[in-house]
Design a protein around this ligand. Structure first.
Ligand SMILES: [Zn+2]
Length: 698
């Protein structure tokens, strides 16, 4: 018997009823070999559902077509979400092989869904007479959204164009999978081994502890290891006295994806760009950026550039002032000895010295007040005070790794409204960065008439404390935790009827609003006084330290803004190229583009193209890295509503925020949703003020 068929016939936990607590996946019994047969069965079941909708004798109506389509694919969605969560957070060579094997068949499946002629005929007919259907506003939005999903996936193309489009999408799925695996390979295989005190010079205790822990996780009995995980390499670059080692680590960090051989991302990125240009051309757009931006708040490249161009010269001016401060401090530290130009591997080191000297502030001073469990409690407490949510740990719920913590989330009336899983630590089997994902979406349109509460995940990549020692976060880490928790709340508070409109499935330049807005609370003095307590003494953080943190909050924002904008300009530029102009040598093109832009030396970018996972590990943020800045206009302006109310937990402002932003998913047009929360449209000044960029106005 064919091996695959026998696997289908033998018990496959992915295909069984998940009747454990809250319908969570039975992680303990899921193995990598279960995915291929389960995905195949679930894809076939989904196609059968669609055929049944298309084959109905009854004429198309909202419920038998649009709402019915929204109720489809629950089995496939739950298997896919387990698959994607494991490949991101707890992968293995076996799972990576499944990912490569299934990338094209799964893309082919979604091509078949959105090019289903009989189904699209019904959707299109309803869309044409949408004004006559007496729909609720949410139903109307679902109909328009569903129709647009079909059109943007090629439903309207001629048959030959559809066939080519399908090939392009399958190849894109394979190439983006390869890109992500190449980055993970380069991150997992690099380590800077530090041996002896000379190599550790300048590193405070928390960096040494984390580097020791990383060494033992990599099977080294002694010594210290710096990996390319942000929570290790950034402190290393900030504190190490060893300029030669900083340069080595920096070069490894920015060289990810750029090594000749089988993990080289340069040809992969180029192939992705060519495929996207062709995808856009099939839709009749001049470039991929044009195609991607038509379905955003910004709408056009011009609108994105207008915002970027407003910020860029101010950021360069701020950067020049910061460089002068850095050089001044370098001269003070090395009286009489030679100074040197500040290179990219020097910037954070001297910036840290300026922070210590000018603001009497360093991470080693702050971190004892940010033990991880306290920061988690702070996030929960803010959610409780703003939105009435209660989090209770459930150590008995099934999780995929012992480090994952599970919580039941209850509303003010005591009903369980969501399940929250938090996976905080870096490990070699997890991709870098921090993100929110789901195992199940909120909806009141389930097959059989039921409702579904969301199961939301947050991943961070914090360096774990040594055994017996606490995990202490930097302020940046704590902000990241709040950011992802803000995304999490967007999923957990979702209160819509239709799954397609629930949670974070909003336009991509709105999706960072709930996350970035939530970051504001971690630096509220009232929150710090309550939750930032010394891990040994339980003393609350001193007022003087809060004041110094506050005074330093705009320091180095020129550097951060310039690095972010450089990556954003590169993203927009590379996705604006027509197919014929996509460069053979992407790295040379990037360097030339940065010179044209006037990126000063010694700064670098947030992400170089060869490892820019936002752009090339999937298509969600392609021609879309600008969304953070776009949403920052909204979050900076939005937080002022609490300031105007005089209380960071003002209940009336919080209630509007919940209704129109965190709970409404994609059921409202985002501009209108924001205006309903704020009482007016957004203004850009709060963003410029927050980043300290206003004083450079001439
Ligand atoms: Zn985010």
């Amino acid at each position: 018997m064919d091996q695959r068929v026998s696997q289908v016939l033998s018990p496959n936990p992915l295909l069984e009823e998940w009747d454990g607590p809250h319908g969570l996946p039975p992680f303990g019994s899921i193995r990598s070999e279960h995915f291929v047969p389960a995905l195949q069965v679930a894809m076939q079941a989904h196609r059968d559902e669609l055929d049944a909708i298309a084959a109905q004798a009854e004429p198309p109506g909202f419920d038998n077509t649009i709402a019915a389509f929204d109720r489809c694919a629950r089995q496939l969605a739950r298997i896919e979400s387990v698959f994607y969560n494991l490949t991101a957070s707890q992968t293995s060579p076996q799972l990576q092989a499944v990912q490569r094997e299934m990338a094209a068949p799964m893309a082919a499946h979604y091509n078949a869904v959105f090019m289903h002629a009989g189904l699209f005929a019904r959707v299109d007919a309803l869309h044409a007479r949408r004004d006559t259907l007496a729909l609720t506003p949410e139903q109307r939005r679902l109909l328009e959204r569903t129709h647009l999903d079909f059109v943007r996936s090629g439903a309207r193309l001629a048959p030959e164009a559809q066939a080519r489009y399908a090939q392009v999408m399958e190849r894109l799925a394979e190439a983006t999978t390869q890109f992500a695996q190449n980055v993970l390979h380069d991150e997992a295989s690099y380590q800077l081994l530090l041996q002896g005190e000379a190599d550790l010079a300048g590193l405070p205790g928390f960096v040494r502890d984390a580097a020791r822990q990383a060494a033992s996780e990599r099977g080294l009995a002694d010594g210290h290891v710096i990996t390319l995980s942000r929570s290790l390499i950034v402190p290393f670059l900030s504190f190490s006295e060893r300029r030669d080692l900083r340069e080595q680590a920096w070069r490894a960090w920015v060289g990810r994806g750029e090594h000749a051989g089988e993990h080289d991302n340069r040809p992969v990125a180029r192939a992705i760009l060519e495929l996207r240009a062709e995808q856009a051309a099939l839709h009749g757009h001049a470039s991929y950026a044009d195609y991607a931006l038509t379905d955003t708040m910004a709408g056009t490249r011009d609108a994105v550039h207008k915002l970027l161009d407003e910020v860029w010269p101010r950021a360069l001016a701020a950067l020049a002032r910061e460089r002068e401060e850095l050089e001044q401090v370098m001269r003070e530290h090395r009286p009489g000895s030679a100074t040197h130009a500040i290179e990219a591997w020097d910037w954070r080191y001297w910036a840290e010295k300026v922070r210590q000297q000018r603001y009497a502030l360093d991470d080693a001073q702050i971190k004892p007040y940010f033990p991880l469990p306290r920061v988690v409690q702070a996030a929960f407490d803010c959610a409780q005070r703003l939105f009435g949510l209660q989090f209770s740990a459930r150590d008995d719920l099934p999780v995929y790794h012992p480090d994952v913590k599970a919580y039941e989330v209850r509303d003010g009336a005591g009903a369980v409204v969501a399940i929250f899983l938090q996976d905080n630590f870096a490990r070699a089997t997890k991709r870098s960065g921090a993100w929110m994902s789901t195992l199940r979406l909120q909806s009141r349109n389930e097959p059989g008439g039921g409702t579904s509460i969301p199961v939301v995940l947050n991943n961070n990549n914090f360096a774990k404390g040594a055994p017996g020692a606490p995990t202490l976060l930097s302020l940046e880490d704590a902000r990241t935790l709040f950011h992802e928790f803000g995304h999490g709340l967007h999923g957990m508070l979702s209160d819509v009827t239709y799954e397609r409109l629930s949670g974070t499935q909003v336009l991509k330049d709105f999706v960072e609003l709930p996350s970035q807005l939530f970051e504001h609370w971690i630096t509220e003095p009232a929150v710090l006084k309550r939750h930032a307590r010394h891990w040994q003494t339980d003393e609350p953080i001193p007022d003087a330290l809060i004041e110094r943190m506050h005074a330093a909050r705009r320091f180095n924002q020129g550097y951060e803004t310039v690095r972010y904008c450089a990556s954003t300009y590169a993203d927009m530029a590379v996705h604006s190229l027509p197919r014929a102009q996509i460069p053979a040598d992407l790295s040379a093109w990037e360097a030339q583009e940065l010179r044209r832009l006037g990126l000063p030396d010694g700064v670098g970018m947030n992400h170089r193209l060869v490892h820019f996972q936002h752009l090339f590990s999937g298509s969600g943020y392609a021609a879309g890295y600008y969304v953070y800045l776009w949403a920052e206009v909204l979050d900076a302006d939005g937080y002022e509503a609490f300031k105007e109310a005089g209380d960071p937990f003002d209940l009336r402002v919080a209630d509007r925020l919940r209704r129109f932003v965190y709970a409404s998913g994609n059921s409202l047009e985002p501009g209108a949703a924001y205006a309903s929360f704020r009482g007016r449209g957004p203004q850009v000044e709060p963003l410029l003020r927050k980043r300290g960029l206003l004083e450079t106005v001439g």
